[in-house]
Design a protein around this ligand. Structure first.
Ligand SMILES: Nc1ncnc2c1ncn2[C@@H]1O[C@H](COP(=O)(O)OP(=O)(O)OP(=O)(O)O)[C@@H](O)[C@H]1O
Ligand SMILES: [Mg+2]
Length: 229
């Protein structure tokens, strides 16, 4: 069996006034079905870059990203549709649409895919304590509420891969736990491969394993608990 999601010798740099900065210098990461992996690393270490590349949102400089064992090409026609169908993305800046209310944002992937997902959307909102906010406008939400709406939107189609960039960054303990639980449920109940960029120690402890980006590479993978082998 191929891992659901894999990066092989992934390399990425950006131009800067001081010359080219090599952000990822050969990152190997395999994520299996039903696995929750936390990605740690200091600010600027390339965590969001790694997530964007794994989502096929940007081209690599070297190495490759594989979905279910097959190399993806961000420039290929059809990749956006595959991403929409299989990958749930929670961006660090969550990009909710202010013209739509909460439940419309959450169910938007369903409208694009031609599926009715109102029940799923409402269940996700309820699981994260937002049942009574479904008809709120986005600008009326707090930062933490917006973050949870973005998580609901990412999960509403039941993706096989979930990539979440600091999904609990502006949340209190209880709300962060609720977000973690819906991500964990995606892994346990549907076998999703879940990658979470986080600084949240409690979340790191609950993940199956965590990896640390440092100097452009992933430091030793640390299994945690019985599920982390
Ligand atoms: N589009 C871009 N153009 C130029 N430089 C970029 C671009 N995207 C990221 N970088 C640089 O690459 C480095 C890694 O950025 P990235 O956003 O991946 O870090 P991060 O680990 O997610 O940080 P944080 O924890 O603050 O979110 C940073 O130095 C950043 O300035
Ligand atoms: Mg980031």
């Amino acid at each position: 069996m191929h891992p659901v999601l894999e990066s092989v010798d992934l390399r990425k740099g950006y131009p800067s006034p001081q010359g080219r900065v090599e952000v990822l210098r050969g990152v190997d990461l395999r994520v299996e079905q039903a696995e929750v992996v936390a990605v740690l690393g200091p600010s600027g270490s390339g965590k969001s870059t790694l997530l964007h590349l794994m989502a096929g949102l940007d081209g690599v400089d070297g190495g490759e990203v594989r979905w279910a064992g097959v190399r993806i090409d961000p420039a290929a026609p059809g990749l956006a549709a595959r991403r929409a169908a299989h990958v749930g993305l929670v961006f660090q800046h969550h990009y909710l649409l202010s013209e739509l209310d909460v439940i419309e944002n959450v169910t938007l992937p369903g409208r694009i895919a031609g599926r009715r997902v109102d029940d799923e959307g409402r269940a996700l909102l309820e699981a994260m304590g937002l049942a009574d906010r479904a008809r709120a406008t986005i600008h009326a939400l707090s930062g933490g509420e917006r973050q949870r709406v973005a998580v609901a939107r990412a999960l509403v189609l039941g993706p096989s891969v979930v990539l979440a960039d600091e999904p609990t960054g502006s949340l209190d303990r209880a709300s962060a736990h609720a977000v973690y639980q819906v991500l964990r449920t995606a892994a346990n109940a549907r076998g999703a491969a879940v990658v979470i960029v986080t600084h949240d120690e409690a979340l790191v402890a609950d993940a199956d394993r965590h990896v640390r980006l440092d100097e452009g590479r992933l430091a030793v993978t640390e299994p945690l608990g019985a599920a982390g082998a």
